[in-house]
Design a protein. Sequence first.
Length: 381
Amino acid sequence: MLHSDSDALLEAARAVAGRFAARAQSADSEARLPPEDLADLRNSGLLRLALPEEQGGRSLSVVLEVVTELARGSTSSALVAAMHLQTLGHARDTGAWNAAAYAQLVGQAQAGALMNVCASEPELGSPSRGGLPRTRAVRLPDGRLRLEGRKTWTSGGPHLTQLLVNLDLEGRAALVRVESGRTGVRWENTWQHALGLRGSQSWDLILEGVEVGSDAVVSLPADAGQPAARNVWFPLLMGAVYLGAALGARDDLAVYARQRIPTALGAPIATLPKIRRWVGEIEVELLSARALLREVAAAWSAGSAETREGLYPAVAAAKYRATEAAVRATDLALRAAGGAAFSGSLTLERRFRDVRAGLAQPPADDTALEIVGRAVLDASG
């Protein structure tokens, strides 16, 4: 459970989520991220929650609860916020970036910057399965870097102000900071017909001869074989996004079930045993998934470097469980609401589409289960 001093943050998140909800349907149909949603996030201070604690930052546990609440209003806008927060939170908790670059980006975030790590590519897919990116940085004679490449699924798209580009720098996977307004940065709208998360504007980023200084390198391993620090913020906050979306579907179904009175029944469908069973199954799915997410986030937040090292199997399990619960819950919500769920009058079909994106985000289901299974088998050896 959270301490009472976090109550104000959760109230702020619920208020922002309510305003998100009023714009979410049009954002989905128009495939655009409402600027008003970003203004709400900035004005509320929620985008600063992953800064250093001395600057008002909070633990992963607190941020997870905030993201869950935001997603009850809009999965897409919550995703954009979560991407920004996981970027900063991972760097803060692991020291994965060089100190100068981290300080500079913290200052940018304090001033209202919106950032994301640009990692996925058409050929590479997600870098979580290994391999060097096709996007490359070439070192020029004066030490500057010239960037060429394409990134996919860049949530926030043209609304981002700071881009952390995962690329190949002299045979090593590096992270390089690019300001979105630089010459050679171009966006391509590839997202208008996406299955879900249409309001996230997860467009393709195209880099055409973009030049940056050598100080734009945010992180670079000492050698090509050095593993990067595991990012637990990403999978846990992605789990929170989809769990929050499913909680929103549960809430909307409950309202509909209490208000829907078929003439043949003469009473709300909420009185029907089968509806109660469906809603009961939804609730059990979500309660169990949320409990695991909270437990793992709390263990990370309270842990030391040594205890955190062994947490990743539990992180993979929590993300897997949250995504599966969200998929199952939104499917059941569609079944319970019947034909009305297929119209735009309810949010259920949008949430049903949105949560399926979690199945593709790392660690994907097969990888998550392999990680968990390997940990069990290794421990018993």
